[in-house]
Design a protein around this ligand. Sequence first.
Ligand code: NAD
Length: 484
Amino acid sequence: MQTNLLINGQWKSASSGKTFSVDNPATEDILAEVQRGNAVDVQQAVDAAKSAFNEWRWITANERGAMLHEVVAKTHQHWDEIAELLTLEQGKPKSENEEEVEWTANTFTYYAEMGRMMRGQVIPSGERSQLNIIIKEPYGVVGCILPWNYPLLLLAWKMAPALAAGNTVVIKPSEMTPLATLLFIEKCCDHLPNGVVNVVPGFGDAGQALAEHPDVPMIAFTGSVATGQKLAGICAPMMKHTHFELGGKDAFVLGPDADIKKAAKAVSYSALINCGQVCTSSERVYVPQHVRDEFAGHVTDLVKSLNIGPGMEADTDVGPMIGAQYREKVIGHVEDAKQKGATILTGGGIPEGKGYFYQPTVLMQVDHSMKIMTEETFGPAIPIMGYGNIDDAIEWVNNTPYGLGATLRSNDPKICKRFFEEVKAGTVWINDPLTDNYAGPFGGMKMTGGGRELGEEGFTTFMETKHVHWDFSDEPKDWWLPYH
Ligand code: NAD
């Protein structure tokens, strides 16, 4: 198992000699001791990436595309190995991790081709003798700082377009989940020139050193709002380009016409995949008041039928949470709701035995005085609230500082159109929650951050714009001076 830092093509120990433990959230056993990178290692990684950039940016887009396709081919060869390690360190069921590896490979395929197709634009010039060109250029070294919930997918959404655009990268994986990232880079990216991809596992101090480094003009970050705010404070005075994908509190609304049995299945899925640890998890559910109890009954029956267990067991539906402190937060939200009058229809407890498990929990009698309806819970909880008319539901969906996603189940076109026009969120799903599309931009509004990953926007975000104004005539122009 790879546990070292990757700098300039060399796997090496951390300069401090320190390591940190990565555990299996299903058993709490230590999986590995990983080298803990710090500012000194970040300095070396940035030096390597900066030097590699001078060559990588001039390699033809065709060659870069071919190398990114090779990443995909190697990912297919190591598919199972990567999905297994991801399951062991992250916790979600292996089938979900197999999908994560597949989406990772597909992201590389998508950007390998997009990189071959785009470098800018020619615009109409002011005079016949002139040519005006808009060139898209790579920034240089891009710092990629990652969370633990989709370690590889969220890496691919940054790394693939950044490399395709001609940048080099320094990756700081989450301290909770560095192992699958190291394996992926070791097995699938070993043909890339030295220094193009560097990995410094470690904690927040390593991420901060990356953000503070003057030779890193762009930071691409996915994580919490609190860390995003710290990074914004570092990057803004240095005028760095930032790409932030932060937290959410997505709502799921059942339109008055929705089939409640089908909706119950959709809600259970969108609230519980990855044990509710998805930035776009449905964290609050609004249903017409007159069907609330019946709908909640269907959701409860479904949730009770799910198997909780280690992600490596074939019949597991819901794995453990990533760690004790994250589970504490969910417990706090559920307790707060209970104290304020919520009813627990199922769950609300910790199963016996080891691992950071928490029973998927369905709550009713909830309102907006409760944390579980207003703050990001990031766990397996489904609070269900009734609404009198759809105006209230749409107002509630928007009544949050976040703006990542929102889901509606309805076949009433008038309600659908109102919903997607009035809801302030980066993605609106109608009838099919949480689905990504490589060609469709993904990201948030408001406190979720303004970046977009995937699609063309997710590529051009890793390039800056230069306008070239070129005149081919030797005739003097009317260059104003002297005025007399
Ligand atoms: P986090 O903010 O705690 O950590 C994310 C990364 O930032 C880690 O690599 C961490 O080591 C690093 N970090 C911590 N402090 C830092 C500092 N001061 N300077 C630089 N780097 C620092 O987030 P997390 O707990 O790993 O992830 C969960 C959060 O991520 C949730 O809020 C979730 O909503 C969000 N998320 C958002 C999206 C999205 O696309 N919008 C996707 C997935 C997760």
